[in-house]
Design a protein around this ligand. Structure first.
Ligand SMILES: *Cc1c(COP(=O)(O)O)cnc(C)c1O
Length: 515
C-alpha cells in the first residue's frame, strides 16, 4: 500500500497511486513498507538480465499487479528500442570510477528508463482498477521530458498525450524530436510564452473543476506524467540494484562492499531512486548530489535552509535548471522518521514564503547518507574537455557536472570507495555545449552554429541545419557515432504543427479532444 508524505490521505494500492499521480490534497505517495533484498538476491541478479531484475523489483512494489502483467510491461519497455542489450551499460573510466550510461533509449536521455515503462504501468493500473474513462495526459516540458513522455505514451491504448512546450524556447533538435513523433494519440503544441507560462497554464487546467466535469461527461479524465508519480520513480530503482549486482558478478567489488553513486540532480528523482535502492539493501556508502548554478540543493544540504527565492539561471545543463526539487519531499519524509506533520508544515512554508529550515538533527541524518556540491558553467565545459583529452570519453554537460562534483568530493574526503557516476544524457543531445568544450582540442577553424530563438520558419530551418551539422561535426571529430535517436531526425517528417498563445491552451485542448 501507498501512503501520503503529509499524513492527509488513506493508504491506497499501487494502481491507485499511479493513476492519481499525486495525493489529491497535496503530498506524494510513498510505499508503506520498503521491501528488502539480501546479498544472495543481489548475487543471483548479477547472473541475469536487466529485464529479470526489473521484474523482480517491480513485483516487490506492485502487489496488485500480476506477475504476467509486470513481465509484459517490462519486456515491451526494455527491448530493441534501446540500442544496447544491457540497457544500462557500465563504462569503466578508472580503477575506482565507472560511468553508468543511462542514455541508450529512444530519446537519448535517462528519462527513457522511466518513461518507456511508466505509460505501460499506467495502462495496466487502469485495467486493474477497471477504469472505463479515457485518460488525457497533459505535459508541460522545457525539452527532454516532452519527447520521452511522447515516445512512452505513443499508441498506448486508453490514453492520449498532449505536450506543451515554449515555442522558440527549446533547442531546435529538441523541438524537431517532439514534432516528428508518430502515433495516433500524441499531440504537440508550441506555446508563445516561456516554460513557466506553459506549466502555469497546465496547472490551472488541472485545478479547473468545471472543465474536469465537462471532460467527465465525455468519459475522459486528466492525469500527468510528471516525475512525482511513483510509477516514474520505481523503474529508476532497478538500475541501481542491477548495477551493484553486475559489479559484484564481475568481481569488481566484494560481496557486501559499499559503493558511491554520483547523480546529476534536478528534481531529486534519480538520486532518490538510488536512496531507495540503498534502503532495500544495496550497500551504499555515499550518494553524491551534483547541482549546476541553480544550487538550491547544495545550499540546503550544507545549511539546512531551503531557499527558493533566488534568480533562476539558464545554464548549459538545462535539464537541471530547477528551483523546486519536488521529490525532496519523499526523502525528508523518510529521513525524519516519517513525520508527515513536519513535512506538511515545511511544504506550506515553501509554498507561502519560498523557504523552510530543518533542524540540526535532520541535517546530521542527511549528511550521513549524502554529500552535495555544484559546478558552474565554465567548470562543466573544462571537465568535458579534460575527460575527453585524458580518457577519450565524451561526457554530456549534465554528466560533467556530476564528474566535477565527484572530483571535489574526492579532494575533500580522500574517499577511495568504488564509485558509479550516472551519465544522464548522450553528449549528442547537448551538442553545441559539448562542441564548445572540445573544439580547441580538435577542429577549431570551422564556424559556430547560428544564434538561437526565433519564430520564423526560414530561420528555424537554418538553425536546425546548423545544429544538425554540429552533430555530424562532433561525430567526425570524436570518432563517436551520432546517437541513433538523433541521426535520423533530419529525414523524419514533421507531424505536429499546432502553435497557440498562452491564453488559448484550454481551447487547444478542447479542439484536440473534440469537445
Ligand atoms: C531530468 C534530467 C536530470 C535531472 O534528474 P532529476 O531526476 O530531475 O534529478 C539530469 N540530467 C538530465 C539529462 C535530465 O534529463
Amino acid at each position: 500500500m501507498y501512503i501520503s508524505t503529509r499524513d492527509n490521505y488513506s493508504a491506497v494500492v499501487a494502481s491507485e497511486a499511479i493513476k492519481l499521480g499525486m495525493v489529491p490534497a497535496g503530498g506524494l505517495f510513498v510505499p508503506q513498507r520498503l521491501p528488502r533484498l539480501s546479498l544472495k538476491d543481489l548475487q543471483a541478479m548479477g547472473e541475469g538480465t536487466y529485464q529479470e531484475t526489473a521484474r523482480k523489483i517491480l513485483g516487490l512494489y506492485l502487489e496488485d499487479f500480476s506477475a504476467e502483467a509486470i513481465a509484459a510491461c517490462v519486456n515491451q519497455a526494455y527491448g530493441p528500442n534501446f540500442d544496447k542489450q544491457e540497457i544500462t551499460p557500465l563504462h569503466q573510466l578508472t580503477d575506482r570510477l565507472y560511468v553508468l550510461e543511462l542514455w541508450h533509449g529512444p530519446t537519448a536521455a535517462f528519462k527513457d528508463l522511466a518513461l518507456q515503462l511508466m505509460p505501460l504501468l499506467f495502462a495496466q493500473a487502469l485495467k486493474n482498477l477497471k477504469v472505463q474513462q479515457e485518460i488525457v495526459i497533459l505535459v508541460a516540458t522545457s525539452g527532454d521530458t516532452g519527447k520521452a513522455a511522447l515516445e512512452g505514451f505513443k499508441d498506448v491504448p486508453g490514453l492520449k498525450i498532449i505536450c506543451f512546450y515554449p515555442y522558440g524556447g527549446v533547442s531546435k533538435v529538441q523541438e524537431r524530436q517532439m514534432l516528428t513523433t508518430g502515433g495516433n494519440n500524441t499531440y504537440v503544441v508550441g506555446v508563445k510564452g516561456n516554460f513557466d507560462d506553459c506549466q502555469n497554464a497546465v496547472k490551472a487546467i488541472f485545478g479547473d473543476e468545471a472543465f474536469r466535469r465537462v471532460l467527465a461527461e465525455k468519459g475522459m479524465a486528466l492525469s500527468s506524467a510528471n516525475s512525482i508519480n511513483w510509477g516514474r520513480l520505481l523503474p529508476q530503482i532497478v538500475y541501481y540494484v542491477y548495477t551493484y549486482a553486475k559489479l559484484l558478478a564481475k568481481g569488481r567489488i566484494q560481496p557486501g562492499e559499499q559503493v558511491n553513486f554520483v547523480v546529476p540532480t534536478g528534481n531529486f528523482g534519480n538520486i532518490l531512486a538510488a536512496w531507495y535502492a540503498g534502503r532495500m539493501g544495496v550497500p551504499v556508502h555515499k550518494l553524491i548530489c551534483a547541482s549546476n548554478e541553480n544550487k538550491v540543493l547544495t545550499d540546503f544540504f550544507r545549511t539546512g535552509r531551503y531557499e527558493k527565492n533566488r534568480p533562476f539561471k539558464r545554464t548549459n545543463s538545462p535539464s537541471m535548471d530547477i528551483l523546486i526539487s519536488s521529490n525532496l519531499e519523499r526523502f525528508l519524509f523518510e529521513i525524519t522518521g516519517r513525520r508527515g506533520d513536519l513535512i506538511a508544515q515545511w511544504m506550506k512554508e515553501l509554498q507561502e514564503k519560498g523557504t523552510f529550515t530543518v533542524n540540526v538533527k535532520v541535517q546530521e541524518e542527511m549528511r550521513q547518507v549524502l554529500w552535495a556540491g555544484w559546478a558552474d558553467e565554465q567548470e562543466t565545459l573544462a571537465t568535458i574537455k579534460e575527460t575527453f583529452a585524458e580518457k577519450g570519453y565524451l561526457l554530456d554537460t549534465h554528466t560533467a557536472v556530476g564528474m566535477k562534483v565527484y572530483r571535489q568530493y574526492q579532494a575533500e574526503t580522500a574517499d577511495q570507495t568504488v564509485t558509479v557516476l550516472d551519465a544522464t544524457a548522450s553528449p549528442f543531445k547537448f551538442a553545441s555545449s559539448v562542441w564548445e568544450a572540445i573544439r580547441e582540442l580538435k577542429d577549431a577553424g570551422k564556424k559556430e552554429p547560428g544564434a538561437r530563438a526565433s519564430g520564423e520558419n526560414k530561420e528555424f530551418e537554418q538553425e536546425f541545419d546548423n545544429e544538425f551539422d554540429l552533430l555530424r561535426k562532433l561525430s567526425v571529430s570524436t570518432g563517436i557515432p551520432v546517437h541513433p535517436a538523433l541521426s535520423e531526425l533530419k529525414r523524419q517528417p514533421v507531424r505536429h504543427k499546432r502553435v497557440c498563445a498562452t491564453g488559448e491552451i484550454k481551447q487547444e485542448i478542447e479542439d484536440i479532444l473534440g469537445i
